[in-house]
Design a protein around this ligand. Structure first.
Ligand code: SF4
Length: 374
């Protein structure tokens, strides 16, 4: 693009953004803390899913200090259901760093922001450009798709050389007077019109500049990446229920020592509160019996007696998790330091993953069915 075309291109996209941008809660603030929380929540999560979490989170933690000083468990509870919990832990760690290194003031430059826990190139550029007007272009999957179509770029966009070429292109296109609006405008175009499938080119404010459109390649770009092979993981979980109707959750690491027998649970499950869970080697019952033997230190189970619940499936990126859940009625729950026991509906208030929530729901439904049948 020559300088006149570049000017037209920027004006067209910014004018479209001013008129058609979605009304999102984080667009009503210039507070870097709030912008940062929204950016972290939006990683790997859809806008519609993020909004209620964002509002609840900020009602409870309205500023950096409130987040830094909260019990981690509460932070995780308010994150519960959003997934990718390392984001919440890092968010709190970074808030604590802001208190200790920057005397409560959110750092203003990209370089300082990038020093904080869990903040990469993209988030640092987004926060510093939107909150402080720093002239930095963001590049994520969404932006890369738009750029690849505008310039009809073929091949795997994540290849390091191609990715740095895209970053250079994004830097060139950035509107220097309004970097924050510019970044949001490109992202908005990718999220609403220049979508992965069926881009709506007729409504696109920059269709006249788009090489892919000229070449009839909009559907075929970006080219598909080679998919990582899917890994299947087989687990079995025991929802223990005692005579009072109480169940048991084991804590995430850090809350207490790992319990005997619980040390092979994949971290996907054990990062938050979870039911006793076993990796299934041969059959689910034997694997669970071994785990329960470990939890009930004084007693060996002569046989595993569990009522099989409907299988639960859950996909996390390339991992397909299959869980065989069982309801296991016991006279008493094992006494374990750090574990929690309560009725199932109370346990569901703990910071648990979506996977554990699905298992808990199956167990609750099964219990109410069997009560009706009595
Ligand atoms: S014309 Fe179509 S493919 Fe090109 S940038 Fe606009 S929406 Fe994307």
């Amino acid at each position: 693009l020559n300088s006149r075309q570049l000017k037209e291109f920027r004006e067209a996209l910014l004018a479209w953004f001013s008129q058609f941008q979605r009304d999102l809660p984080w667009r009503h603030t210039g507070d870097p803390y709030r912008i940062w929380v929204s950016e972290v929540m939006l990683q790997q999560t859809r806008v519609a899913a993020v909004i209620p979490y964002y509002e609840r989170f900020l009602a409870r933690f309205p500023d950096v200090r409130a987040l830094a000083e909260a019990p981690q468990e509460e932070v995780l509870r308010l994150w519960s259901g959003l997934g990718y919990y390392h984001r919440a832990r890092n968010l709190q760690r970074a808030a604590q760093q802001i208190i200790s290194r920057h005397a409560d003031k959110f750092p203003r430059t990209h370089a300082e922001i990038k020093e904080l826990a869990g903040i990469g190139e993209y988030t640092a550029a987004a926060v510093s450009s939107i909150a402080f007007g720093e002239r930095l272009a963001v590049l994520d999957g969404n932006v890369a798709r738009v750029l690849a179509r505008l310039d009809a770029i073929r091949g795997d966009l994540r290849e390091p050389k191609r990715w740095s070429g895209l970053q250079a292109r994004a830097d060139e296109l950035l509107a220097p007077e309004r970097p924050g609006d510019w970044n949001q405008a490109v992202m908005e175009l990718g999220a609403t019109l220049c979508t992965p499938r069926s881009p709506q080119c007729l409504l696109c404010p920059v269709q006249g500049f788009c090489e892919a459109r000229k070449l009839g390649l909009t559907e075929g770009l970006p080219e598909k990446r080679k998919n990582r092979a899917v890994v299947s993981i087989y687990l079995a979980a025991a929802v223990l229920v005692d005579e009072l109707g109480h169940s048991l959750l084991l804590p995430p690491p850090g809350n207490s020592n790992q319990h005997r027998g619980d040390d092979h649970v994949p971290s996907l499950v054990a990062k938050l509160w979870h039911f006793p869970t076993a990796s299934v080697q041969s059959d689910a019952e034997t694997s669970l019996k071994n785990i329960l033997d470990g939890l009930y230190a004084m007693k060996r189970w002569s046989a595993f007696r569990g009522e099989r619940l409907q299988a639960v499936r859950h996909t996390v990126t390339y991992r397909k998790i299959h869980i065989a859940p069982f309801l296991v009625r016991v006279s008493r729950l094992p006494k374990l330091i750090g574990a929690r026991s309560a009725p199932l509906d109370e346990l569901m208030e703990q910071p648990i993953s979506n996977l554990t929530r699905k298992v808990a729901r199956q167990a609750a439904a099964h219990l109410s069915e069997s009560k009706k049948a009595e």
